[in-house]
Structures are given as C-alpha cells and as structure tokens.
Design a protein around this ligand. Structure first.
Ligand code: ADE
Ligand code: ZN
Length: 343
C-alpha cells in the first residue's frame, strides 16, 4: 500500500508554498558558478561540500547557506538558480510555486536588488511560458538584521512591487521575535502585500502568537511548536491558517529527532491546514515529492490525506479563486484516475 500512496503523491498536481531559492543551490551549480565568477569555495569538490551538510540546529545550516550563496553575482546566476529549481519541481508535478528570496543577503555582498529580481523573474516567466507553471514571488526579510535594514530593503523594492506578491520573515529565529518587525510589516500590508513568516520552527509558541497578532500573517511557515499551546492550535485551526510544513528540513535541522516522531499526525488530528514543502531542497536531501515520501514511508499516511495535502497547497496559495478552481479540477481529475487502485 505505501508504494501506491507514494505513486499517488508523485502524480498529483500540487503547489509548493515554502521554498527558498538560495536553498535550491545544488553543489554542482554552486561549483559551476564559482568557476564562472572566479569565486573560491572552501571545499575541494561537490562530494566534500555535501559531506559538510550535517547540522545540529538552524544556525549551523544558515552559516553554510549564507556562505554558499557567495557564488551568486550576476543576473544570469539568479536566472540559472531559479530555472534549475523550476525544471526540477516541474518533474514533481508542481504546477504552482511561491518562492522566497533573501535580498539582504545579496545586497550585503554588493549585488544590486535589480540584478537579483531581474534574473529570478525572467526564469519565473520562462517557466510560466515553457512549463505551464504559475508562480508568486515572496521577498523575505532576515530577522537577525535590524528592522531598519528591512525598511531600507523595502524602499529598494518599491519600483518592483508589480513583481512581488508577498513578504516573508526568515533566518535565525531564536532571539528575533516577530514583534521586532511589527512596523515594517504594517507598511508592507498598507502597500497591499501578502504576509507570511517563519514561526515556531525553533522559536516558542509566543512567536507564533506574535506573528498572528502583530504581523497579521496569512500563512505560518513551519509552525511546529504551535502544537505546544492548545489555545493557539485551536485558533490556527479555527482561522484555517495554512501551515507550510517541511519534513526533511525538520529532520535535518533536528526540529524532530526521527521522522517517525514528526508531528504531522498530530497536526492533521487537530484539524490544521497542512501543506508539504521542501524549504531548502539542495541542503536537506530532497524536493517536494521526497518530502511526501519521507512522511509516507515513516508514518501512517492515507491516500485521502495525500489528496487533502495537495488540495491545501492550492487553497492556501495566493492564486486567485478562478485559478484555484482550475488547479483543484486538475487534482480531482488525477484522483479520479488513481482512486480505484485503493479500493
Ligand atoms: N532560511 C532558509 N531556510 C530557512 C529556515 N528553514 N528557517 C529559517 N530561515 C531560513
Ligand atoms: Zn524556510
């Protein structure tokens, strides 16, 4: 039975709502860009780099994540990075994707905002034309930097707001609560931007409360630790707030010790609107379908739950209602072909 459920997860059309473009930088592309741009890397080769991908916590990962992106310098680099992810996720039947980028991490290295967004956006529009994939772009603020830096970044983004759909909040969570960014997120909302934030990945339930009440988020990225607070969990369920859950990331960053202990079953039992995502696929060992596999291979996941997860990815996305209707119809059509296998 799991093999049928795995095949179902592979085949179903889906959206991905939590994926950092810089986290999709595979070692092969990193080395090829390093050669192209004459950047030296502190590793001999791709294998040696891969061996360094062993993390005890979020910060240990972030240290490698920020050093890895030093190879991204030109518009073409951002294009190649984005295109590689889009082609790969297309193979997983991702029909819509909402991707994060971290402009401050590149501005700090002297890469202009325009260079970043031009390359990313050109790849996204190429994927729309050539692969039939739709997309939204999320500009993420780095929470380890001061709010002032987020305000400056927003200022730089103003000429490009027609390409940016939403704002996120990522990087080192502990010690950087959402309330630190209350004013800049208010300005983003006033500009008509959608809001999401990483909360409850390593941080306590209070950070999730703050993200909801002070940032007025429309989605929660991760949200695992919300489960420690029954009132908060009930509120998230009541409000039907989408959780962008990332199983392989949780395992690699030791948010969970073992995939068999992942809180996915509890999230589902509590009626939370869960979606499955890859977070930083090049660093955590897999793209979106690999994340479905990790759950199905280690927990009791029914075909109906897989169906619900992919439907949640569409209804929790920032597509229009009409677009959501089309995507849901595509899901239903594949489900109709596959469901007999389970009866
Ligand atoms: N930036 C990239 N991946 C992240 C994660 N999992 N948590 C916080 N910030 C990130
Ligand atoms: Zn993330």
């Amino acid at each position: 039975m799991p093999s049928l459920t795995l095949a179902l997860a592979d085949r179903l059309p889906k959206a991905e709502l939590h994926m950092h473009l810089e986290g999709s930088l595979e070692p092969e592309l990193m080395f090829s860009l390093a050669r192209r741009n004459n950047v030296s890397l502190p590793y001999e080769n791709e294998d040696e780099l891969r061996q360094a991908y062993q993390f005890n916590n979020l910060q240990e990962f972030l240290n490698l994540y920020y050093s890895g992106m030093s190879v991204l310098l030109t518009e073409q680099d951002f294009y190649d990075l984005t295109w590689a992810y889009l082609e790969r996720s297309h193979q997983d039947n991702v029909i819509h994707t909402e991707v994060f980028f971290d402009p401050q991490a590149h501005l700090e290295r002297g890469v202009a905002f325009e260079t970043q967004i031009d390359g990313i956006f050109r790849a996204l529009t190429d994927a729309q034309e050539n692969l039939g994939m739709s997309f939204r772009l999320i500009m993420s603020f780095l929470r380890h930097l001061p709010e002032e830096s987020a305000f400056e970044t927003l200022e730089l983004a103003l000429p490009y707001l027609d390409r940016i759909d939403g704002i996120g909040l990522d990087s080192s969570e502990m010690g950087h609560p959402p309330e630190k960014f209350e004013r800049v997120f208010k300005q983003c909302r006033d500009l008509g931007l959608r809001i999401t934030a990483h909360a409850g990945e390593e941080g306590p339930p209070d950070y999730v409360w703050q993200a909801i009440n002070q940032l007025e988020i429309q989605r929660i990225d991760h949200g695992n630790r919300a489960l420690e607070d029954a009132k908060l969990t009930a509120l998230i369920a009541d409000k039907e707030l989408t959780l962008t859950v990332c199983p392989l990331s949780n395992k690699r960053l030791r948010v969970v010790d073992d995939m068999k202990q992942h809180p996915f079953p509890e999230m589902m039992a509590k009626g939370l609107k869960v979606t499955i995502n890859s977070d930083d696929p090049a660093y955590f060992g897999g793209y979106v379908n690999d994340n479905f596999h990790a759950l199905i291979n280690n927990l009791d996941v029914s075909p109906e739950q897989v169906l619900m997860l992919v439907k949640n990815s569409i209804t929790g996305s920032w597509l229009s209602d009409v677009e959501k209707g089309h995507a849901l119809a595509r899901i239903e059509s594949v489900w109709e072909q596959e469901r007999h296998a389970f009866s």
